[in-house]
Design a protein around this ligand. Structure first.
Ligand SMILES: NC(=O)N[C@@H](CC(=O)O)C(=O)O
Length: 473
């Protein structure tokens, strides 16, 4: 395959999950799907429900269910998936019939299994990994910035800072000012490094890209299709026309393009906007400028996974958020409208979530951590026209660890959180470490800022994998 060219079978790939037939499991799912489906813990997280606590299935009941299943057959009840689940008061939440997924696994000798379990239980106590970076972060300005930046700075070494402010960060001069504001808001002694980005418009000039590269503080340019999401009204309307000279300069300057991958055509169904963007914009862009480094931000579909896999490794990559790994679109409606699970691109159906989990937990170098942590004031989320964006910075690491643990892939977590991002951007990996302890901790209900409060993802829930700077003695 030549650099930047799409594989010819890109549009014909087998859906990786939910439709597998005996004898033909997609290769990408054989390893990760088995432990994920077989493990009773392998279900998306269920945060606090306004209707009361959820009732988990008792362990013996789970064991019977697994024992009764025929060999090589694992039942996945898709009705258990969603941010809120309430079996005891759920006359309105009728379980859908289980979706059967078939796997072929070779029998493993018992002693190997015992070794694997022992290793797993040791790993569960404490994980020490290279300090992660966040390759997609919204910090905002003023009081909100001051309230949220300590959460990112506590766990992450660096972060790619999104430029969708009001007005957006379209020039190097403005990026320098914004960076200074971020540095002033950091807790004393913090070594957190903001990696700044420019907001691409139809009027961005190639000279601005040269300036950005020279500045040494700008690491990428962000493409928002005009009208796609929060503060994107000044975004791009003519990528292959007005923006082409800028993109060509970005190739020369080796400046990555970060893409919000959704079309804005109101006639395209919201749930199809990512796929249509790939077909109409991204795939042609990769063909046209095969040397341009592109990050498809916050991917949400198996179409995006297939696209990323079809591209030359090291040229096109993707960030993945905790919400798109843990939640499907049921989480938007479970027990009533859930504004704090609303982000863009919107959560998709379960088969897409599974495809993304499988892609990131197999150790691939094409995917890296990008929380898309996007704080909005509570009032602007819980209102008649709520903002898109999930505030995940304080919980993100715990959630990523949960995803990898449930996929039986904790050994791949560090690659995703701490290696793939810097390797793609051509930056050194962090040298300091962070510890994740298997300790239960409760997510605060809200975080206060100067003029209001922010509700974090999974607010009020109990999570495991508490991040800390200090290894246990
Ligand atoms: N993710 C979101 O839903 N919102 C982001 C913008 C974005 O990345 O789409 C925001 O800035 O609020």
């Amino acid at each position: 395959m030549r650099r930047g060219k799409l594989r010819p079978d890109f549009h014909k790939q087998t859906p990786p999950c939910g439709h597998c037939r005996p004898g033909s499991p997609p290769r990408s799912h054989r390893r990760s799907a088995l432990p994920q489906a077989a493990s009773p813990a392998a279900r998306p997280l269920l945060p606090a429900c306004p209707y009361g606590p959820t009732t988990p299935r008792s362990p013996p009941e789970r064991a019977n269910r697994i024992k009764k299943a025929k060999p090589m057959q694992v039942a996945v009840n898709t009705s258990t998936v969603g941010a809120h689940q309430h079996p005891t008061k759920s006359s309105f939440l009728r379980p859908s019939p289980p979706c059967r997924v078939y796997f072929h696994a070779s029998p493993r000798p018992k002693n190997l299994r015992a070794i694997a379990m022992a290793t797993k239980s040791q790993l569960q106590e404490q994980l020490v990994i290279t300090r992660p970076d966040d390759w997609h972060l919204h910090l905002r300005e003023g009081g909100v910035l001051e309230a949220v930046v300590p959460h990112s700075a506590r766990h992450f070494g660096r972060a790619i800072i999104m430029p969708n402010l009001k007005p957006p960060v379209t020039t190097t001069a403005r990026a320098v000012e914004y960076r200074e504001e971020i540095m002033r808001a950091l807790p004393p002694g913090s070594s957190f490094e903001p990696l700044m980005t420019l907001y691409l418009t139809d009027n961005t000039s190639p000279e601005e890209i040269k300036l950005a590269r020279k500045s040494g503080i700008i690491f990428a340019v962000k493409l928002y299709p005009a009208g796609a999401t929060t503060n994107s009204q000044d975004g791009v309307t003519d990528i292959f026309g007005k923006c082409l000279p800028v993109l060509e300069e970005m190739v020369r300057q080796e400046m990555p393009l970060l893409v919000h991958g959704e079309v804005t055509d109101p006639h395209v169904d919201t749930f199809d906007r990512e796929k249509v963007f790939i077909d109409k914009i991204l795939a042609p862009l990769v063909q046209k400028l095969p040397q341009l480094k592109i990050v498809m931000e916050h991917i949400t579909t198996m179409d995006a996974v297939n696209f990323i896999e079809s591209c030359e490794e090291g040229h096109v990559a993707a960030t993945v958020t905790p919400q798109h790994l843990l939640l499907n679109r049921n989480a938007l409606f479970q027990g009533g409208l859930q504004p704090h699970n609303y982000c863009l691109p919107v959560l998709k159906r379960e088969t897409h979530r599974q495809a993304i989990v499988s892609a990131v937990t197999n150790g691939s170098r094409r995917y890296f951590l990008g929380t898309d942590s996007a704080p909005h004031d509570k009032q602007n989320k819980e209102c008649s026209c709520g903002c898109a964006g999930i505030y995940s910075a304080p919980v993100a690491l715990s959630l990523y660890a949960k995803v990898f643990e449930e996929a039986g892939a904790l050994d791949k977590l560090e690659t995703f959180t701490s290696f793939n991002g810097p390797d793609f951007y051509g930056l050194p990996r962090n040298t300091s470490k962070i510890v994740l302890r298997k300790n239960a901790w409760k997510v605060p209900g809200t975080y206060k800022h100067s003029s209001g409060e922010i509700v974090p993802m999974f607010s009020g829930s109990t999570l495991e994998w508490l991040p800390s700077d200090q290894p246990k003695e």
